[in-house]
Design a protein around this ligand. Sequence first.
Ligand code: TPP
Ligand code: MG
Length: 833
Amino acid sequence: MDSPRSKTNDSATIALMEVSNGDRERVFDAFRQWGFLEADLDPLGFLQPVPHPDLQLEGEYAQEARQIYCGTVGAEFMHIADPACRRWIQEKLEGPQEAVDQQRALDLLIRAEFFELVLQQRYLGSKRFSLEGVTALIPLVDEILDGAGQHGAVELVMGMSHRGRLNAIAHIARRPAEEVFAGFEDVDPRSVLGGGDVKYHMGATGEYETRSGAKIHIHLVSNPSHLEAVDPVTVGRTRAKQDRAGEGGNEKFLPLLVHGDGAFAGQGVFAETLNLADIPAYSVGGTLHVIVNNLIGFTTVAQELHSSRFAAQLARRQSIPIFHVNAEDVDAVIRVARIALEFRYQFRSDVVIDMIGYRRHGHSEVDDPTITQPLLYKAIKEHPPLWEIYGEDTGISDAKSRADAVKAELEGAQKRASSVRKKPLMRSLPGYWERFSGGRYKSQYDADTAISSDELLQLTERLATYPADFHIHPKVKKLLEQRAEMGAGKRPVDYGMAEALAFAGLVKSGIPVRLSGQDSRRGTFNQRHSVLLDIENEQEYVPLEHISEGQAHCRIYNSTLSEAGVLGFEYGYSRDFPETLVLWEAQFGDFANVAQAIIDQFIVAGEAKWGLLSGLVLLLPHGYEGQGPEHSSARIERFLQLAAKDNFQVCQPSTAAQYFHLLRRQALRPWRKPLVVFTPKSMLRHPEASSPIEEFSNGGFLRVRPDTEVNDARRILLCTGKIGHELKLERKKKKITDIAITFVEQMYPFPEAEIAAELARHPNAREIVWVQEEPANMGALNYMLPRLRHLAGERPVMSVKRSASPSPATGSAKAHDVEQKALLSLALTTNGH
Ligand SMILES: Cc1ncc(C[n+]2csc(CCOP(=O)(O)OP(=O)(O)O)c2C)c(N)n1
Ligand SMILES: [Mg+2]
């Protein structure tokens, strides 16, 4: 097969040069630069080397350089700007090669191969996403672990997708083979009705003993089908483990991402993750990337999967090396693994290994690949398994008898599989949680969130103070003066101050806070100002880091311009640092849809699929303010559709104090559930949404905020957020006294008892109306109506909303005003409809 991707091939200009001995460096440099294009990387020979004009050199040096750079390893590293890095790699590749423990490598290859064969024999017709064709992955990771152990690693945090995952569970996480086989028996379907996950997505943990005798914990991260979505989650989990470990964290916890070639090149979330590598908020001291490259994705060949010659070349955006290696030169694979590992520890940098092999079967084993790649699969059929090739190459005479022994061992394990007891991991958690909901064990669900007025004053003093010699921006100075007044009860507290007080109280009591989002340090709406900048020297001062002696950290970061990558990272972080209040903020709420896979696959379903808890908070600015289709809606409807079995909380606090108590409840209660908060924009500083300081030292988060101004109303309006405040103002203007306006502050879990109590407080109200700003096909309407009707009994429940629309909001500010007036007027004057 000719490679149409040989974009660097310009054979017309091939020049033959005579080179003198004194030009050694020049010759070597040409090969260091382009040698990988002529390297022998594909065991089946379909990916042809591309002759490069600069390499058409003769002489002793060219021969020597060609041997190093055009063999079974092709290194791309000359794009790295740092000469020390380049020299380091050069020396490793050009220096003497270390010996390989070939017996060990052979054993691992045999295990990897026969594990798949036994599965194939016993569970014909089941999908397993075999590793055959790239079994060198197992000795590769073995070598990484050996090196990591020598650097003091205690844990490998590994993210990988389907290909070879079961093999990795058995041979890297070292779960007993019978446990993996048991997954194919599916003996206890009743235990996972409606939950659980397929066996090749479940996470696994285990203990690995390295060649040199170190013990390394393996954490294979639970993973959805969505390729590469696990990348930022794995890195976030690693960072959390590193942060918890403190000093030396990034030596101890090593992240490894195993990618498919198609996914590596194609999936944006990986590119987003790679971009996080050197940014202090997200750095983990280098992630190892291994592409299990079979030059195919499902039925699609490499030429259709990426514009670059190699899938791995996406990584050239960064100053990191890429090592291509032929998966059938096992010794080369192991040497490359060692170099990559050493590079990570030496330079605290990401590094990519692109291991090129093939896929013995179809995409899964029930696929017939001869339909789409007849010639390739003819060649594969005739190609012996790697352990046989390696056994012969190395001259290890008892390879066959070793293979027989491993096969017998695995068949024995398979026979025991049906009696393996399933871990009761999955279903217990939701059930456990339910026991605490419904108000019966309120203390587990709630927490004391108020802060005494003395302490509020102390916190305020710290939040509003900066060093005497600090040159503060006049606008920020004013803001801090106002915050001082808020804390002292001289002015109502706004959202910005409410949030600062919530964070300050938490870090003071030892609970760390981590928030990241686009422009979050200042705040998109100029509301946060968590970092003060000296206007003369740009020195930073973070009041939240100066609250009290021995306080926990309050880290607020501007994120990269990414949603899926950053949200995935923060989800991962929240998983492994549950004591921290972890928040991700969207610039506008609707941008969260770019991270929908993280929301769907991890945040809302992680507990049901994998039994994994997270206390992550999503802050999503929401509200109809005439700013157009894309700045109005955080898509409340989508979150409510995802709600079931107490999987998360969906809230819209309508006042600053409510926001304060909600954030503190999330951090202080013992249980971890994700929390989605629809946050205000124009209401951030609105007097109606501000709260007296007394509300911070008393009470807690109210799931429903009753209307205390009206008794025995004729009509009850139920709503969330901004529209409720607008309704109240309009009611006042119109001097209406018999319409109650009730805020549903927590939409999910549905506050049934509190709403029922509100309805009961107005027994004569014949009209119960759900009012929302969003169009009829959006917002909470379709979620609320059946629930309200259930509670209202005989009484009719109606609704006021914008007309159904494919787009969330109008692009015209004036049209918006007209619509908004109509909503208010309908809600307050007619019967709704
Ligand atoms: C986001 C996403 N899109 C599509 C798929 C369906 N899918 C599963 S595997 C696969 C091919 C993956 O190719 P590659 O990354 O090369 O891995 P391989 O299966 O070859 O190991 C596709 C398209 C998916 N799982 N996730
Ligand atoms: Mg592939």
